[in-house]
Design a protein around this ligand. Structure first.
Ligand code: UDP
Length: 238
């Protein structure tokens, strides 16, 4: 397994993944580790678009004492901080990147333009999508599904911190929790598995975008998953 099985991928990095063991804010060591893996993927000729989460700073649903839309916009701004940290880290190791934001902030990033994003990918640049979908009431998982559909990515790689796939119950609470090797989108919806919200799952289901949910803690997992190694949980139609 030395050849990548995908040509174009969307890598979804949750905010937690960038926070490392600190659980909050940014762990530069962790960002560097992820960047090194992204570089390896790029050297294999894989086109990589990254959608960053923002839960390490703020989630819209963190409080009920605020207007929800305002709170969600705060969450989206958190993803931009993460995107810039990732960009800096990737460019330090000579990976050319472009950040595109779903909310315009021209002084620091390009606005999201689909055709331009595709052009960057074709030129081998890593595109980092920030500010989610630009709309409150959505998640960055939904943004990942949306962008994957738009740029015709073959798969979404959902890199998670602290878990290595999808389980039928919380493995931290239930020691006999069973890990799924494969799942259908509908199973996630029917079983109410918390791995992805229903909007994101439905979007993947309707557009038949396969998902691989895997742990980011194990070194080289991002590369291994693209080389076709059976890690994590594979979600598709059948
Ligand atoms: N968010 C939003 N619209 C989007 C994407 C994100 O309003 O299209 C907000 C929402 O408040 C969310 C926060 O940004 O809670 C951070 O994103 P998310 O929770 O998906 O980050 P992750 O869990 O992946 O770190």
């Amino acid at each position: 397994m030395t050849e990548p099985i995908y040509k174009r991928v969307v890598l979804k990095l949750s905010g937690e993944a960038l926070a490392g063991d600190k659980g909050h804010g940014i762990d530069i060591g962790m960002v560097t580790k992820i960047s090194n893996e992204v570089k390896k993927l790029q050297q294999l000729g894989v086109e990589i678009a990254i959608v960053v989460g923002g839960g390490n700073f703020w989630r819209g649903r963190s409080t009920e004492d605020m207007d929800r839309a305002t709170s969600d916009y705060m969450g989206m701004l958190g993803t931009v901080i993460n995107a810039l940290a990732l960009q800096d880290s990737l460019e330090k190791i000579d990976v050319i990147t472009r950040v595109q934001t779903a909310i315009e902030m021209r002084q620091i990033a390009e606005p999201y333009i689909r055709r331009r994003a595709i052009r960057h990918l074709e030129k081998g640049r890593v595109v980092i999508f920030a500010a989610g979908s630009g709309n409150p009431y959505f998640s960055t998982d939904t943004a990942a599904a949306l962008r994957a559909a738009e740029i015709e990515a073959e798969v979404i790689l959902l890199a998670k911190k602290g878990v290595d796939g999808v389980y039928d119950s919380d493995p931290y609470i239930n020691s006999s929790a069973k890990k799924f090797n494969t799942l259908r989108y509908i199973d996630i919806l029917n079983m109410g598995l918390g791995i992805m919200d229903s909007t994101a799952t439905s979007l993947c289901m309707d557009n038949r975008i396969p998902l691989i949910i895997f742990g980011i803690d194990k070194p080289n997992n991002i590369v291994d998953v693209v080389l076709g190694k059976k890690i994590g949980t594979y979600v598709k139609e059948e």
